[in-house]
Write a protein that binds this ligand. Sequence first.
Ligand SMILES: [Zn+2]
Length: 214
Amino acid sequence: MRIIMLGAPGAGKGTQAKKIAAKYGIPHISTGDIFRANIKEGTELGKKAKTYMDQGLLVPDELVVDLVVDRLQQEDAQKGYVLDGFPRTIPQAESLDEALKKVNSKIDYAIDVDVPDENIINRMSGRRACVKCGATYHLMYAPTKVEGICDACGDKLILRDDDKPETVKKRLNVYHEQTQPLIDYYTSAKVLKRVDGTQDMEDVFRAIVAILGE
Ligand SMILES: [Zn+2]
């Protein structure tokens, strides 16, 4: 069961990826985790990646793919895996497919957790944060006892720049530009599965399980 997760920032794909990993006993693999692990262990690939990151440069596709493929070959990933946050671009998707083909493997499912932009913007704009203690809340899903006041420390809450509608919209535009080609790519590979991400988290997961099987 080799799975790729697609979905906009704020669509909840990370949460679903974790639930899939737990249910099916396969690792949840994110590129961030792979980078951190390789840098910590001081592997050759990790050292290479670090030279780019230290200069504030993007790690080139080729190296990212090498890191991911290396991770996918480890023991715990032999029964399958959930890839979260990779691939992000067509060249990455193609390189991944090529690398997998060499070891007689392929992606079985690309699951798109679909949430309309308007819903994501609404979700994000309901977030509130405390600058003083770092606690986070949500007007609808995790409200404070007194509106606008942090439960933990009593300080005033703010809407962070990152959660403001105009910032979220920009991020979503970048996402769509990058991801639409991927959706087309996995559609033609006949592995794309779309689930309605506007439902309750548990219902989204039920829809995914219906696709993957019990
Ligand atoms: Zn606080």
